[in-house]
Design a protein around this ligand. Structure first.
Ligand SMILES: *Cc1c(COP(=O)(O)O)cnc(C)c1O
Length: 227
């Protein structure tokens, strides 16, 4: 795997305003350093303790994003330094991030609401209606230590790119709808996190601002090793 070359290739395809989250989960610190030396500073991880270990071992100017399902009892491991949590999938989790952020002395932690847009049953997230209802409830408004910055979603894992495109377009519509309804005066609500290795072109076409690309940069993950 030529990580620097892969990075350069992906970066060359990103329009202005689209940032690359290099998804380094299950890859060792050495692979991250290779990307770092090639200029990458924004990395995504999906396990709290793995992120914590890497945060401690790696350069301080890395911007860490959390992209996986986050259990409430693990929030404390990442809240002191995480730059953006993409995967807020319940009201309870957002409230816990708020509580832990206050405890850790952070003014605010940036968060995205994860919306379930795929046909598969197994993925976490609010349905579009649950997302609307939660925002309409106003429950999030008193949470002073979290800042809602946008939405995140994963398309169905399929080769039917028309379906993928439709799902991304649907999320982009929901993003504009809730932004206009609840965040019209917020300078923060501007991120639409969608697109992975096999579908980031479709995601960009639909308006993504954050693509989360792993295997295309780092190669296949080996889930049997402990990075
Ligand atoms: C693992 C993961 C990615 C990256 O997947 P690739 O197919 O390796 O690019 C992106 N987003 C989330 C939420 C992930 O868990």
């Amino acid at each position: 795997m030529d990580i620097a070359k892969n990075l350069q290739q992906v970066r060359a395809e990103l329009p202005q305003g689209v940032r690359l989250v290099a998804v380094s989960k299950f890859h060792p610190a050495e692979a991250i350093l290779e990307a770092y030396r090639a200029g990458q500073r924004l990395f995504g991880e999906s396990k709290a303790q793995e992120l914590q270990a890497k945060h401690e071992a790696l350069p301080r100017d890395i911007e860490w994003h959390f992209i996986g399902h986050l259990q409430t009892n693990k929030v404390k491991y990442i809240v002191p330094y995480v730059a953006l949590i993409h995967s807020i999938d319940s009201p309870h989790l957002l409230a816990e991030v708020d509580r832990q952020a206050a405890k850790a002395g952070r003014a605010t932690v940036d968060c995205l609401l994860q919306v379930h847009i795929a046909a598969e049953e197994t993925k976490f997230g609010f349905t579009p209606d649950e997302c609307r209802q939660y925002l309409a409830s106003g429950e999030w408004k008193p949470l002073e230590h979290v800042r809602l910055c946008g939405l995140m979603g994963m398309a169905t894992n399929t080769d039917d790119m028309q379906q993928v495109q439709k799902e991304f377009q649907g999320l982009a519509r929901l993003f504009r709808e809730v932004r206009d309804e609840w965040f019209a005066t917020s300078p923060w609500f501007k991120e639409l996190s969608m697109g992975m290795s096999h579908d980031y072109h479709e995601a960009i076409a639909a308006g993504s601002t954050l693509v989360r690309v792993g295997s295309h940069i780092f190669g296949e993950r080996n889930y049997n090793i402990n990075p």
